[in-house]
Design a protein around this ligand. Structure first.
Ligand SMILES: Nc1ncnc2c1ncn2[C@@H]1O[C@H](COP(=O)(O)OP(=O)(O)OP(=O)(O)O)[C@@H](O)[C@H]1O
Length: 254
């Protein structure tokens, strides 16, 4: 679990995060949503330790980062997996080498063990037989699955995903969402996902934090978000015509 208390972050005179308090639960897919520029990425980067907050607390499974020694902090980073918007695979490494990379960086495993671990997780994301391919030789959806395999090969306690579905068609996006959710449940990971995609929110938003202008405007679940009357949230959710129609149908009891 990650507990964030009154987190603040400014760049120059501009306060981007204005005192956010939120909980991201273990074994769940926790989503951060909100309009462009609302501070989602800055928030995620604070949790990843890429930015240092001006004030407030981030507590990882009961351990406040402010109180950790340098060595503990660097160990914590090894317990974090990351899945980025554009997969960010190494173009010059094969699929298998990409997945083995964190094991080479962070463990003392020998090559054979690294290969076994990489193959096991590649199988889990339904990518068998592509080990020796280069990233340029596989589809965007397959690249995302390789990136997911690489993000979790180390058995992280925390998984951070920034727009994991960007650039994918809706069906492939659902496959990636479901894989992220299944792996989160199987391995009891605290997963935090930034998304713009309301389909994803509906599918896997077990907890949702809605940011507006650097503040927490709403929190709840995917069951609750479609019922809320909070106008800020409904403006965002029903900016899509499809969801507007769903809402109207719901109101008519259809
Ligand atoms: N390193 C930085 N230095 C200065 N300002 C920054 C920095 N990173 C982000 N910002 C500013 O913080 C604000 C919030 O940016 P952020 O990237 O968190 O938004 P976002 O909600 O993730 O948007 P999007 O959905 O478009 O990715 C923006 O005004 C941005 O310009």
């Amino acid at each position: 679990m990650i507990q964030v208390n009154d987190l603040r972050k400014s760049f120059g005179d501009e306060e981007i995060l204005k005192g956010i308090t939120a909980t991201f639960e273990k074994g769940k897919t926790n989503m951060i949503i909100g309009a462009s520029g609302s501070g989602k990425s800055v928030f995620l980067k604070n949790m990843l330790g890429l930015f240092v907050p001006d004030s407030g607390e981030i507590i990882y499974d009961g351990e406040p980062i402010n109180e950790m020694q340098i060595e503990r902090k660097s160990n914590l980073r090894k317990e974090m997996g990351m899945l980025f918007q554009h997969s960010a695979l190494f173009d010059s490494l094969t699929v298998e080498e990409n997945v083995m990379f964190p094991l080479r960086m962070f463990t003392k495993m020998r090559l054979k063990e690294r290969q076994e671990n990489a193959n096991e997780i590649l199988e889990r994301v339904n990518l068998v037989g592509l080990n020796k391919k280069m990233p340029s030789e596989i589809s965007g959806g397959q690249q995302k699955r390789v990136a997911l395999a690489r993000a979790v090969v180390n058995n992280p306690r925390f998984l951070f995903c920034d727009e994991p579905n960007s650039g994918l068609d809706p069906k492939t996006a659902t496959v990636i969402d479901n894989l992220i959710q299944e792996i989160t449940h199987e391995r009891d990971i605290t997963t935090v996902i930034i998304s713009h995609d309301m389909n994803s929110v509906m599918e896997i938003g077990e907890t949702i934090v809605f940011l507006k202008d650097g503040k927490l405007a709403w929190k709840g679940t995917n069951q609750e978000i479609f019922k809320t009357d909070n106008e800020t949230v409904t403006d965002f959710v029903y900016s899509s015509n499809l969801f507007k129609k769903v809402r109207i149908a719901q109101n008519k009891g259809l």
